[in-house]
Design a protein around this ligand. Structure first.
Ligand code: NYM
Ligand code: MG
Length: 188
């Protein structure tokens, strides 16, 4: 169909829930089905801002909390012109985390129990502790109460194949519906 825009398909969830695996498989499956599809991830660690974020996450550098939040945001905004261009060309975008992670992880940080901070969690990236992830999950649940965004919840505890199949079917539906909603509504 001429002029039909692409769908913006965002996978959000806790660390290690399988988003990276699933987003790769989804792009491959959509292409096999004849759709144009591309993969994006946030943070995108390869840009100048992304390198700062990567070093921060790996605990190789420290940064003030508000500053790091704004860098995560800037790391997404620097890709927005590209995202808009692709969607308007009819390319479906599968995005491994977006601004919802920005809200959920920063607010988890603000609410984090002192106990979790004291535990240290050696060798892991920042935020990769049980208490922190539980706080972030609460943040995601609050964000999902915004019904204008068409959230679908997928149980990630099943096999890669079962999770993939559910996400693939949901994505086909999203692609079929994308044309109904003008692109301009996505970034206000
Ligand atoms: N994260 C990700 C944030 O704290 N804020 C953000 O805006 C975004 C997009 O970075 N623990 C956190 C969530 C993850 C980490 O991990 C990125 P990964 O494995 O690259 O998705
Ligand atoms: Mg991770």
């Amino acid at each position: 169909m001429a002029g039909r825009r692409g769908a913006l398909i965002v996978l959000e969830g806790m660390d290690r829930s399988g988003k990276t695996t699933q987003s790769r498989r989804l792009v491959a499956a959509l292409r096999t089905a004849g759709h144009r599809a591309e993969l994006l991830r946030f943070p995108e660690r390869s840009t100048e801002i992304g390198k700062l974020l990567s070093s921060y996450l790996e605990k190789k550098s420290d940064m003030e909390d508000h500053s790091v939040h704004l860098l995560f945001s800037a790391n997404r905004w620097e890709r927005v012109p590209f995202i808009k261009e692709k969607l308007s060309q009819g390319v479906n975008l599968v995005v491994d985390r977006y601004a919802f992670s920005g809200v959920a992880f920063t607010s988890a940080k603000e609410l984090q129990l002192a106990e979790a901070a004291a535990r240290g969690e050696f060798g892991l990236e920042r935020y990769e502790s049980r208490a922190f992830q539980e706080q972030a999950l609460e943040g995601f649940q609050q964000l999902m109460s915004d019904t204008s965004l068409n959230w679908k919840t997928v149980d990630a505890s099943r096999s890669i194949e079962d999770v993939h199949e559910e996400i693939r079917v949901l994505s086909e539906e999203a692609i079929a519906c994308a044309a109904w909603r003008p692109l301009g509504e996505l970034w206000k």
